[in-house]
Design a protein around this ligand. Structure first.
Ligand SMILES: CC(C)(COP(=O)(O)OP(=O)(O)OC[C@H]1O[C@@H](n2cnc3c(N)ncnc32)[C@H](O)[C@@H]1OP(=O)(O)O)[C@@H](O)C(=O)NCCC(=O)NCCS
Length: 253
């Protein structure tokens, strides 16, 4: 039996992450390709670097897995579509909200029933290269902690802002300084809110110098992502799948 939204049913959300440095991540991505829609496979094929293809495929896999878990059905039967602004959805369940992101060694994704969801993941050192004035409001700059923790906070603010703009579907068109966040608590993981959109947000750190953020328009956002192991199971369970679209990995590079 599958779960649905409905009156009286509280909003639910699920936030998943995977580490691409895990052994077998690329093989898992290859094995996942045949599970994707033709449109997604074409998008992946256009990426030049194998690491980008791995990140992109595994983010899609996590999005499908999060959707499948919330719906109570196998993710392997689900397919992703893409709204014109870029927001992903499950073709058979368009009212389920989905969001995904990929950066460096991580792919993350979240699904929500009865709420809209947005996620992001960022490498702290990449955000450190940006000047405050590029994305922080004066109030956010004033509330940054002292030097030691400031880099992590700046990156968390970036991730929160991107998660919020994905939650609304506006994307970066929203303008980073229009999406001002107030955080609760001094250390990650922390909760945060923004007048830009209704809902609750959390940001937390990931190993290796990364932060991620998730927001939901209703209900309580997950405090941290569930880290999934994708590396070994698909390799063993689906050895033939890797051969189903090898040209996508081989055609570029
Ligand atoms: C959404 C956006 C913030 C993503 O930023 P990013 O750092 O490049 O990429 P992330 O890994 O964080 O997220 C990418 C995912 O966001 C999702 N996404 C894209 N546009 C989205 C939107 N408008 N709303 C919600 N989610 C969106 C997609 O699932 C995308 O995955 P894919 O690229 O593998 O298909 C950014 O691409 C954006 O603002 N796009 C809309 C504006 C635009 O088209 N700008 C063109 C360049 S200026």
């Amino acid at each position: 039996m599958s779960a649905t939204t409905g009156p009286g049913r509280p909003p639910e959300s699920l936030f998943l992450a995977c580490d691409l440095q895990e052994p077998g991540a690329e093989a898992a991505a290859r094995a996942t390709l045949r599970r994707l829609s033709a449109h997604d496979r074409e998008r992946v094929a256009r990426l030049h670097r194998s690491t980008d293809r791995t990140r992109s495929v595994l983010a899609r896999r996590l999005a499908l897995q999060a959707a499948g878990r919330l719906l109570g059905i196998p993710w392997t039967g689900l397919r992703l579509g893409r709204h014109h602004q870029g927001r992903p959805y499950v073709t058979t369940h368009p009212r389920l909200s989905l969001s995904m992101a990929h950066s460096g060694r991580y792919a993350v994704a979240a699904a929500a029933l009865g709420a809209c969801v947005g996620v992001d993941v960022e490498e702290i050192s990449r955000v450190s290269a940006l000047p405050d004035s590029a994305f922080l409001t004066p109030a956010e700059i004033t509330s940054l902690p002292p030097a030691g923790a400031a880099a992590e906070h700046r990156a968390a603010l970036w991730a929160l802002k991107e998660a919020a703009t994905k939650l609304t579907g506006e994307g970066m068109r929203a303008g980073m300084k229009r999406v001002a966040f107030r955080r609760e608590g001094a250390h990650a993981p922390f909760t945060a809110e923004t007048p830009y959109t209704d809902g609750g947000f959390t940001a937390c750190r990931l190993p290796g110098g990364y932060v991620c953020a998730v927001g939901v328009s209703a209900g309580t956002p997950p405090a941290v992502p569930t880290l999934l192991t994708v590396g070994t199971a698909p390799q063993q369970a689906e050895p033939a799948a890797e051969e189903s679209a090898p040209h996508i990995w081989l055609s570029v590079n």
